[in-house]
Structures are given as C-alpha cells and as structure tokens.
Design a protein around this ligand. Structure first.
Ligand SMILES: C[S@@+](CC[C@H](N)C(=O)[O-])C[C@H]1O[C@@H](n2cnc3c(N)ncnc32)[C@H](O)[C@@H]1O
Length: 198
C-alpha cells in the first residue's frame, strides 16, 4: 500500500457512498412528501460544515496531489494504518447500505418527517438508534487512517462531529413528539451510536 493507493481507496469509498445515497434520495423525493420539517439556517450551516470536513477537504486533497495542496501537513506514511482504514471504510459502506434499506421511505437527509412516517426499530436499528450516524463516524475514522495528514485526516471527525453534536438532541425531540411512548420505550432499550456503550 502506498499513499496514492490509500487516496484512491478513499475516493472509491466516497463514490460507493454516493452510489448508495443518490438513487435512494432521487426515489424518495419523487415518492414521499414531507410532513414535518425542522430545517432552519443552523441545520443548513451544520450540513455544510459536515460536507466540508467529510467531502470537500479530503476530495480536494486527493485530487490536487500534483499541486501539493495541504501536503505540508503530511506525516510519515504507514501502510498498516492505511489497510485498517480500507477495512473500516468497507464496514462503513455495509452499515450505510443496511440503514438505507431498513429506513426505506422514512429516510430523510435532515430533520424531517415524511407523510405516513413509521418508527423503524428492526435490523441495525435494534442495536442502536442512530446507525447511519455510526456509519458516518466510521467514514471519519477511515479518513483519519487512510489520509495520513494532520489536517485532512481529522477534518471528517470535526465536520461530522459538529453536525452530530448540534443535531442529535433536536432529532430525538422530534421523534419523541411524533412517536411518544413508543419512542421513549425504544430509547430506553437502545444506545445512540455504539451498541451497549453510547
Ligand atoms: C439522516 S436520517 C438519520 C437516521 C438516524 N438518526 C440514523 O442515524 O440512522 C434522519 C431522519 O431519519 C428519521 N429517523 C431517525 N430515526 C428513525 C427511526 N428509528 N425510525 C424512522 N425514522 C427515523 C427522522 O425523520 C430523521 O429526520
């Protein structure tokens, strides 16, 4: 494994992410109408911050290898660390695919409820309440391991971490309001993003 290979693996992972997300988004937009929306300026800014940390910064870094953008912050390349990153990205993609299949028509990119929204508690949602966010944190970990640069590596954790920290309380409040006792019981028996721990 070389630095270039690690960067290609990262880009392939991002492409795989899009291949899962984009068809789902197109289908959902056409079929499912929004019933409740809590999207405001703060939520839009957080989405942009997350997109920057997980997407814009690392993709620009990988695609501008020849110009050396941000290369001053590279550190000594470890192939073992990069292989671990590739394995983590594969796990993130598998989990991301499962969450899309299981949320189905209830999926939404942001703080919204669809008409006829149902509470999903099966599959990976049996293990944690926010497995899609677990998948995003796995992406951030893969980025840290694959892109061995002091700025680009941690950018995903910073970007998605901010979105998660400021969104999670509002999302859970929205779900409590919509599903009442059912969501309270679900929340009582599950953790947020790491089974049995957190
Ligand atoms: C980007 S998705 C993320 C879903 C979930 N937080 C996760 O990490 O898997 C956000 C939307 O999914 C919906 N949602 C979240 N948890 C849900 C559940 N258990 N069942 C059905 N819809 C859910 C809400 O409408 C929320 O606005």
């Amino acid at each position: 494994m070389t630095r270039l290979m690690a960067e290609i693996i990262f880009l392939v992972g991002v492409f795989g992410w899009g291949a899962i997300r984009i068809p789902h988004e197109v289908k959902n937009k056409r079929k499912n109408r929004i019933h409740v929306s809590a999207v405001d300026r703060r939520e839009r800014v957080l989405l942009l911050i997350s997109l920057t940390g997980l997407g814009i910064v690392p993709i620009t870094y990988c695609l501008t290898a020849r110009f050396g953008l941000l290369r001053f912050a590279d550190y000594g390349f470890s192939p073992a660390q990069a292989w671990a990153g590739a394995a983590v990205f594969a796990a993130a993609l598998a989990l991301f695919l499962a969450t899309h299949r299981q949320l189905g028509r209830n999926w939404s990119q942001t703080l919204e409820l669809r008409e006829g929204h149902t509470l999903v508690t099966h599959g990976v949602y049996r293990l944690v309440r926010h497995p899609m966010y677990s998948a995003f944190f796995l992406w951030a970990l893969a980025q840290l391991l694959l892109l061995q640069n002091w700025i680009v590596g941690p950018a995903g954790f910073v970007g998605f971490g901010l979105l998660y920290a400021f969104r999670i309380g509002r999302e859970e409040a929205m779900m409590h309001e919509a599903f009442g006792a059912d969501y309270a019981a679900y929340a009582a028996r599950t953790r947020r993003i790491i089974p049995y721990l957190y």
